[in-house]
Design a protein around this ligand. Structure first.
Ligand SMILES: Nc1ncnc2c1ncn2[C@@H]1O[C@H](COP(=O)(O)OP(=O)(O)OP(=O)(O)O)[C@@H](O)[C@H]1O
Length: 630
């Protein structure tokens, strides 16, 4: 039975999740081109029309249930205490036995009715809040999806500029701010307006002059508060920017803790992070108290009107036929009015906060995207025959110039030509631009001038994504993704265990992995197995081998390995590279020897090229490093 229940609930969960996924996919298609603004939010909210109508009907029910409450007790004053028979007693007396026609009974019945109404109101409010929360969460999910669709498309330079914490902060803090606004607005706007309208109607019914005054007072308060609330926008923007700076510094410092501890500088750096936390706290305090102060100013504007209203109500007792019980009811309704008014004021303030956050999110959405933005197709598992059919690739850098803000002329008219199936080694001083050259080739950076050609075709005409599919890249510092060794080898592409073990063997990692209890399914998350630098490099080589690329890029791929393991891997690689075009970046001679030709990159240009022997005989950087220095 319990099993059946858990099966049913897991089915329901799976259904809800798949509903949510198809809904968010639809969201993504709807929104992929749009900026975030009020009309986008409205569009998103309207797509949940059915739930919205349901939730609002429940909200109306909650309002109707709560509406008579302020009226009931005060009516007792007139009818029970002052003996003026009215609606309440006229309805109660016919249904009650004669013996129960007592003040205590009337008061108890009304008390029970009030308690029941209050409990029912609370219940409907809980259901309503749940429905509104669901809608708000789906909208924030749609925003996050919008962001996550954008992030893979933006240029790598934006990742360098904003850093992981900066991007994460916007996807978390700013989306939260918008979500809070949507949730507050959805759950409170309609109900507050309805409550105010209902109270105004009751007051109009009790006394039209008082009702009219309430109707005129509210728009006035909303107008003034919206003027005050505009200041909140810049406060919220500053606070979220300070959150971003704090997060970035914290992540960087935590990542460098080992080095800082060794240098005994960790306290100093954590103190610097604390400085940013203080800054954040100051912005948060300014935002909080100024928002509160402005909110209170808005509310005081309402209270001033309210006091005028109260004076007028008392005056009305003198000049109209309002009874004392009715005046109690009027005051109860006025008290009741405070809640929805305060809610409307809060919504105004949340609106300006949300606007500031949407601007920060739009800033990300407007970042330059890579030229070729269609999603990467899944890398097919290349069978041997498929590999044979893939044509060999030649690469040419023709007069390429590129640089960074601090170093605008890193490359000046650089020419580099790789024949199909040729392996070249690239040698330069540290900081000479080797990794940047690879980033240009992979389309992560765009040359300021000049052309990169693949098989004689401009790389953009050839297709950057198509080219990337044919590249296997082993970076200097490979990164792990959260998951198992299998995930890290395949990136989610289906491959057989046999293929994975073969790749591990080529990377000289199979002996190590076979000793792990979970073998290929070992979790490489932070808390479990930690790979050494050399093991990470070998994993990256296995990953590259699995993709059977036509172009191989090795960026200091074996720099962390011991000489014996390095020699074995280099010998495995030698055969692998024979039918491939390869760029090998290395300082060690044994790596350079994998290549057919060595190119020397010096001062932004290729200054020498040739074999090891020929370069050793020429004056230049190669001779300086490998002959003169030894
Ligand atoms: N994203 C970036 N923004 C600004 N400057 C950068 C960026 N990436 C690299 N540089 C600068 O460009 C120059 C070349 O860097 P690059 O990483 O390409 O050198 P490298 O030859 O690979 O160095 P190494 O052998 O030390 O790894 C360096 O001066 C570096 O500071």
């Amino acid at each position: 039975m319990a099993q059946q229940h858990s099966q049913t609930s897991s089915k329901t969960e799976a259904k809800t999740q798949s509903d949510l996924q198809s809904e968010t996919q639809q969201d993504a298609q709807d929104t992929v081109q749009s900026r975030l603004n009020w009309s986008w939010l409205k569009h998103k909210i309207v797509t949940h029309k059915r739930q919205l109508i349901q939730a609002n009907l429940i909200a109306v029910l909650a309002t109707l249930l709560s509406l008579p409450i302020p009226m009931l007790m005060p009516l007792l004053v007139d009818e029970v205490l002052l003996g003026q028979t009215g609606w309440l007693l006229n309805n109660l007396q016919p249904v009650l036995p004669e013996a129960w026609h007592l003040p205590g009974v009337y008061i108890s019945i009304v008390l029970v009715a009030v308690i029941v109404l209050r409990l029912l109101t609370m219940l409907t409010q809980v259901v309503q809040a749940r429905e509104f929360t669901k809608i708000a969460k789906r909208i924030s999910l749609a925003i996050r999806q919008r962001m996550l669709l954008q992030l893979p498309q933006i240029k790598m330079s934006a990742f360098d500029k904003y850093g992981s914490a900066g991007l994460a902060s916007r996807c978390i803090t700013d989306v939260d701010t918008v979500e809070r606004f949507v949730s507050d607005t959805l759950s409170r706007l309609i109900i507050s307006v309805l409550t105010i309208v209902a109270i105004a109607s009751v007051l109009l019914w009790l006394n039209w002059q008082l009702g009219l005054m309430i109707i005129l007072l509210n728009p006035l308060v909303i107008y003034f508060s919206s003027r005050f609330a505009e200041h909140v926008k810049s406060l919220r923007r500053k606070e979220n920017a300070a959150t971003e700076a704090f997060q970035q510094a914290l992540v960087d410092t935590v990542d460098a803790t080992r080095e800082l501890r060794l240098a005994q500088q960790e306290k100093h750096y954590y103190q610097k992070v604390f400085g940013l936390a203080t800054d954040l706290s100051q912005h948060a305090i300014a935002n909080q108290w100024k928002t509160d102060a402005l909110n209170k100013l808005s509310f005081t504007t309402f209270l001033l009107g309210f006091e005028c209203f109260r004076a007028m109500a008392i005056f009305m007792v003198l000049v109209s036929d309002l009874t004392v019980g009715q005046i109690f009811a009027v005051f109860s309704y006025l008290w009741y009015l405070m809640g929805p008014i305060q809610e409307l004021l809060n919504i105004q303030y949340a609106r300006f906060g949300a606007q500031a956050s949407m601007e920060r999110l739009n800033h990300l959405l407007e970042l330059d995207v890579e030229l070729e933005v269609e999603p990467l197709q899944e890398k097919p598992i290349l069978s041997k025959s498929a590999l044979e059919q893939t044509s060999a690739i030649s690469i040419d850098f023709n007069a390429v110039s590129f640089g960074f803000e601090q170093q605008p002329n890193l490359f000046q008219q650089l020419n580099l030509n790789l024949k199909a199936n040729e392996s070249i080694a690239l040698l330069a001083m540290s900081g000479g631009g080797k990794s940047t050259l690879i980033n240009l080739l992979l389309g992560f950076y765009t040359p300021h001038s000049g052309q990169i050609m693949i098989n004689g075709e401009d790389i953009h005409d050839y297709g950057i994504n198509r080219f990337r599919q044919q590249v296997g890249y082993v970076p200097q510092h490979p990164k792990l993704i959260a998951g198992t060794l299998r995930d890290n080898l395949t990136f989610g592409i289906e491959m057989t265990d046999e293929q994975l073990w073969q790749a591990l063997a080529h990377a000289e990692l199979s002996d190590t992995v076979s000793q792990w209890q979970d073998k290929l399914d070992t979790d490489l998350g932070r808390s479990n197995t930690r790979l050494s630098g050399g093991q990470m490099q070998r994993l990256a080589i296995a990953r590259m081998w699995l993709s059977q690329p036509q172009v191989v890029i090795l960026d200091e791929a074996t720099s962390a390995l011991d000489a014996a393991t390095e020699a074995k891997i280099l010998s495995n690689l030698k055969a692998f590279l024979q039918q491939r075009t390869a760029i090998i970046i290395a300082h060690r001679l044994n790596n350079l020897r994998l290549a057919d030709r060595i190119f020397v990159l010096d001062d932004g240009k290729i200054t020498q090229s040739g074999t090891e022997q020929s370069l050793k005989a020429q004056p230049g950087l190669f001779k300086q490093l490998y002959v003169d220095a030894s």
